[in-house]
Write a protein that binds this ligand. Structure first.
Ligand SMILES: [Zn+2]
Ligand SMILES: [Zn+2]
Length: 345
């Protein structure tokens, strides 16, 4: 089979690899049918994650198989797998998790104790599990990891459900439940922020303001019901919830400074360069800041339930639908949210 392999800055290529095989009776082999880059893949493709700097505990050096967001078709299952069968369409979560250790049972699926720390698809951390832009993928804990895609869902629209779409749900939905009608600020650069706009509006935010220098992203945010701005100057104080998904500490600092007293800020993280936060200002305002790798498997079902309600439009964020064979050429291009589809799987 082929693995789409990140080999150098802005360069990916197909490389041959042995077909993955079941290594236990609780495992599955799946074939991605609709896969899409996570927002952090743009940073990886731009070389930001490989720059060895003293502050970076982990860096991911090429070559490695890329991709960690897809809807896949189950090809083969071990005898002990009960929740999915060959032929099923499934959401594949970005991180590997066993479902039965203490942390998994507590919902901390990004911190599973059964596998090496930070184990995930699409980056060579915690072992090599391949990427979801590969022709075939081994899923080690199939019952715990895979989520059947409900009937009627479009795999293209939900290609991001294993990461960015469900992450966006987690960044804003629980906070809006605790603060109905809150004012929501979104400082972003890609799909996550746009999904957040859509979800926040659907869940009754009084105001959603989207900040992004990219005009096309702002236009899409307006179509999703948000007011938009190119930058956070002047500082728009008074938001109850701020979501930062830029990977830039200066933007995170502005987001926390935009909060109302006792406001909450969620960051999608991946700040590959260091920076400073206005801690005294945050103290005086009373800011709750959460910056966390997403325990996505725990809330994929909640995020899918919202998608099933028809109140959101994840398909609007899909910028291009591109044939699987065009991955090496098309993935390095700066598209918002291209989805790569296989007709043969
Ligand atoms: Zn991701
Ligand atoms: Zn676990």
């Amino acid at each position: 089979m082929r693995e789409l392999t990140y080999v150098a800055r802005r360069t990916v290529e197909w490389r041959e690899a042995p077909d993955p095989r079941l290594q236990g009776d609780g495992e599955a082999i799946v074939a991605p049918v609709a896969a899409t880059p996570c927002d952090v893949d743009s940073a990886i493709l731009a070389g930001h994650a490989t720059r060895r700097q003293p502050h970076m505990q982990y860096s991911v050096d090429p070559p490695f198989a890329l991709g960690h967001e897809c809807v896949a078709r189950v090809v083969e299952t071990g005898d002990a797998v009960t929740t999915v069968r060959p032929g099923d369409l499934v959401v594949v979560p970005w991180s590997i998790n066993c479902g039965s250790c203490g942390r998994c049972r507590a919902g901390l699926t990004a911190h599973c104790e059964a596998v090496p720390y930070m184990t995930m698809y699409g980056a060579p951390i915690g072992g090599s599990w391949g990427g979801l832009f590969s022709d075939l993928v081994r899923v080690p804990y199939a019952d715990a990891m895979l989520v059947p895609l409900p009937t009627g869902f479009d795999p293209v629209a939900m290609a991001s459900a294993g990461d960015n779409w469900s992450l966006a749900w987690r960044l804003v939905a629980p906070h809006l439940r605790a603060r109905p009608g809150a004012r929501v600020l979104v400082v972003a650069r890609g799909s996550i922020g746009l999904y957040v706009c859509d979800i926040a509006r659907a869940l009754g935010a009084r105001e959603v303001r989207y900040v992004d220098p990219e005009p096309a992203h702002r236009e899409l945010a307006r179509a999703l019901g948000a007011a938009t701005a190119e930058s956070l100057e002047p500082l728009p104080r008074g938001f109850d919830i701020a979501v930062e998904a830029t990977g830039r500490v200066d933007q995170l600092a502005l987001a926390v400074k935009s909060l109302a007293p006792e406001g909450v800020c969620e960051s999608a993280g991946n700040h590959f360069r260091p920076g400073e936060l206005p801690l005294l200002d945050m103290y005086l305002t009373g800011v709750t800041l959460r910056i966390a790798r997403d325990n996505v498997r725990a809330h994929i079902p909640d995020a899918l339930e919202l998608a099933a309600s028809g109140r959101v439009s994840p398909e609007k964020v899909v910028s291009h639908v591109i044939d699987w064979e065009d991955l090496p050429h098309a993935l390095p291009q700066k598209h918002l949210k291209p989805v790569f589809v296989r007709s043969d799987a």
